[in-house]
Design a protein around this ligand. Structure first.
Ligand code: ZN
Length: 119
């Protein structure tokens, strides 16, 4: 299967592919840091958004320079795990842009400049 293979112990390339077309482009450092985060929290990480093609990015209301379109961002969900603790750990393993979406209960992580926002 196209793009169906392990990148690390817990992540398959397909998990990062665009929800609309299956295209994928993802930075290796992003995947490595995500695996380190996975090892620390010892729970499954569900990637709700990885790479987004420009069309899909527009459809979901992402901004034009979204790091999702560069393969440098993921949105993740971890069941039964506090967003504050997740944010602290994500920062500790080297994610720089972190968005905490309290109402929708997910966290955005990217390798852009240091930023933090809460919605
Ligand atoms: Zn797409």
């Amino acid at each position: 299967m196209i793009n169906d293979f392990k990148l690390t112990e817990n992540f398959n390339l397909r998990e990062f592919s665009c929800k609309c077309c299956g295209a994928v482009k993802i930075d290796s450092e992003l995947v490595q840091r995500l695996q380190i985060l996975r090892d620390r929290i010892k729970r499954p990480i569900i990637i709700t958004s990885g790479y987004r093609c420009p069309k899909h990015n527009k459809e979901v209301g992402g901004n034009d320079n979204s790091y999702h379109t560069k393969g440098l961002a993921v949105d993740i969900v971890v069941k039964d795990y506090g967003l504050d603790e997740l944010e602290t750990l994500a920062r500790a393993v080297g994610f720089r842009g972190i968005g905490v979406y309290r109402i929708k209960n997910f966290i955005h992580l990217d390798l852009g400049p240091d930023r933090r926002w809460i919605l």
